[in-house]
Write a protein of this length. Structure first.
Lengths: 494, 169
């Protein structure tokens, strides 16, 4: 087993990986940037190294240099940054450092989504209807012709990014050209590659993934499926396992298909086989992600398997040591992604200093976060602050537990999407498990207090707060001065 | 210091206005008696010693966690955000004695600007001093028309509540 593992990541996933390493007796090296110096992962690690590169966590040279300098024998990439980078996996191998993830060859065969779908389609499994765009061919007549083969609405996707960031829906031909160009620019920026394809839109739909584990000898198990259909701007907000949209028959078929597809790629380590489920219950393979996912804890809760531990064990060459029959899927788990963003201000990121941070506790509640009181939430990175995961013996009890956990969770100092999660969890359709990818398009964020007692109590509390802040019980800013203010005269002190 | 003053306030929560009287409960720090719509409520503020950090209160037997905006213009409660406005009715009714040309600091703060000079003629209501307090510039107006006979303060100077600023004759 490894002696020292370097985590080439930040935030809640770095904390998550450190925890398992501690339990396995593996020393950890954390990386951080100046903006991330407050983050919990820096405090928890055995060693921590400041990154100087402008590419930060994504700089392969600097990450490898630190690993060699500190004598790390393994690197865990987390998600994003250097995960799914075949070249980086190859360079690790050359340096005698184990990359925790699939081999460079497997990663290459998965990285291009069009090629991966081709492979799966040829093996006889369903994939969405798509057409590839020839690289460099940008003229409008060519694009229109390709789009015509599919029909509208269609989705413009990056061959590397898939349905994640950068994917855009086109409803009619008039918008095709500008959308492809915008998507191409964005893909170049995010993925460093502007190879695009067009896919026939499947909407409404459900996003369902199967978590698989595979060792070097080809032993493979699945840990059930997750549903991540609750999206805002292509980003998942809530995930759960099992998927409420599937029947038991569909579920069995999905699991078997996912394992077949993973075998097709000779997949090893931990991965998610992703599907789109259409309105008639048919599922279509979209991609296989060969890395840990943000929502992996949902599968851990129902399967009682530590996926990060399995990733590390498999990377170290150990056998899975369990068969499908050893995996028992129990109960229902759900995760809410708590983002530092302002639901009353168009979900703009809300960086700042955390002044209060009370985590929910009690049975079957788990939090993965890098935050704590006194931690500065940086502006530079994505707004994910915490994953809140709960488990119940049924979906109903899981939803009830999530409601009370959200209510207990208290974050002051930065604005978060906790109020949005609370309202979603109280939505009737969501509570009944009836939602698809359109759910948030039609969701009305409630802003009016309908309880008269609460409103009266609130008025009383505001009055007391006002009196309390005043000078000797007298307010500091009397009415007659307020009326003398000119709005234009208000400014912050220099 | 007598800490038994009653505040008569008009509190507006979103669009609904409430007339409220607040009195500290004698001998019990952090406890208040609030009269609202003819109903009497008991409010306890556990963190009364640090008013800016208050984040929960108990109204009768109902505990609430809230996030008060730093300037009391908004409040978050149970996943909702409300705009709020507080007007002080008692102070409004106590107008400065007209005819008195002595101008005092209505709030403690920093003198940002003095817009008049000695022996200058001013009109009632004209801005004579700008006082910086609570992250805002507050325009202090002449209580009556006349000639500025004395200026007691300079820009940059900190003043306490009711400190003499200038005199108009």
């Amino acid at each position: 087993m490894f002696k020292k593992l370097l985590i080439a990541n930040r935030g809640e996933i770095a904390v998550r990986i450190i925890r398992t390493c501690r339990e396995m007796g593996i020393a950890t090296v954390a990386l951080y940037t100046l903006a991330d110096r407050d983050s919990l992962h820096v405090r928890l690690a055995d060693e921590a190294m400041l990154l100087h590169s402008p590419q930060r966590y994504g700089d392969a040279d600097e990450v490898l240099a630190v690993a060699k300098q500190l004598g790390a024998d393994a690197i865990h990439p987390g998600y994003g940054f250097l995960a799914e980078e075949a070249d980086f996996a190859e360079r690790c191998a050359q340096e005698g450092i184990t990359f925790v993830g699939p081999s460079a060859a497997v990663t290459r065969s998965l990285r291009n989504k069009v090629q991966a779908m081709d492979t799966v389609k040829q093996a006889g499994y369903s994939v969405p209807v798509y057409v590839e765009l020839e690289e460099g061919k940008l003229d409008e007549s060519y694009l229109l012709e390709r789009a015509e083969e599919l029909g509208y609405p269609l989705v413009v996707k990056s061959a590397i990014g898939g349905r994640g960031r950068g994917a855009r829906v086109v409803m009619k031909a008039a918008r095709l050209m500008e959308t492809v160009e915008a998507a191409r620019r964005e893909a170049k920026l995010i993925y460093g590659d502007d190879h695009m394809y067009l896919e026939r839109s499947i909407a409404p739909s459900h996003y369902v993934v199967v978590q698989v584990l595979a060792d070097a000898d080809g032993n493979m198990v699945h840990l059930g499926e997750r549903e991540g259909s609750l999206l805002r701007h292509n980003q998942k907000l809530i995930e759960e396992s099992p998927a409420p949209s599937l029947t038991n028959e569909q579920r069995q078929e999905l699991w078997a298909t996912a394992l077949d597809i993973a075998h097709l790629f000779r997949f090893q380590n931990a991965g998610s086989v992703e599907f789109l489920v259409d309105g008639t219950g048919n599922f279509h393979f979209t991609e296989l992600k060969g890395r840990i996912q943000i929502e992996h804890a949902v599968s851990e809760m129902v399967s009682d398997v530590d996926i990060v531990r399995e990733q590390i064990r498999i990377a170290a060459g150990e056998a899975l040591g369990r068969t499908q029959a050893d995996i028992r899927l129990n109960g229902w788990a759900m995760q809410c992604r708590i983002n530092a963003e302002d639901p009353w201000n168009d979900y703009l990121p809300s960086p700042g200093l955390i002044t209060r941070f009370r985590l929910p506790q009690g049975p079957d509640v788990r939090i993965d976060t890098y935050g704590y009181v006194g931690c500065e939430i940086p502006q530079r990175y994505d707004p994910l602050l915490a994953n809140l995961i709960v488990k119940g013996d049924s979906r109903e009890s899981c939803v009830q537990r999530m409601r009370r956990a959200l209510q207990e969770f208290r974050i002051v100092g930065v604005q978060t999407n906790l109020p949005l999660h609370m309202q979603i969890l109280h939505d009737e359709a969501f509570a009944a498990g009836k939602y698809d990818t359109r759910f948030l398009n039609n969701f009305r964020f409630e802003t009016i207090c309908r309880d008269e007692t609460v409103r009266r109590d609130l008025a009383a509390m505001v009055a007391v707060a006002y009196a309390l802040r005043g000078h000797n019980g007298k307010p500091q800013v009397p009415e007659r001065i307020q009326t003398g203010w000119h709005r234009s005269a208000r400014r912050l002190p220099v | 210091v007598e800490n038994n003053t009653m505040n008569k306030l008009m509190v507006t929560i979103d669009d609904k206005a409430f007339e409220i009287e607040v009195s500290p409960q004698r001998g019990s720090a952090g406890e208040y008696v609030v009269t609202l719509d003819g109903q009497s409520l008991h409010v306890y503020v556990p963190d009364y010693a640090t008013p800016e950090a208050v984040d929960w209160m108990i109204v009768d037997n109902r505990p609430y966690e809230l996030i008060l905006g730093p300037d009391l213009r908004s409040v978050q409660l149970e996943g909702l955000r409300h705009t709020i406005q507080v007007r002080d009715k008692e102070i409004r009714s106590v107008r400065p004695a007209s005819g008195d040309g002595r101008l005092k600091a209505p709030i403690p703060g920093l003198i940002a600007r003095i817009n008049v000079e000695l022996e200058q003629a001013v009109e009632a209501g004209q801005t004579v001093v700008v006082l910086e307090a609570m992250k805002m510039e507050n325009e202090i107006r002449a209580p009556k028309s006349g000639i500025v006979r004395q200026i007691h303060v300079k820009p940059g100077q900190t003043v306490i509540l009711s400190e003499a600023l200038l005199e108009i004759e």
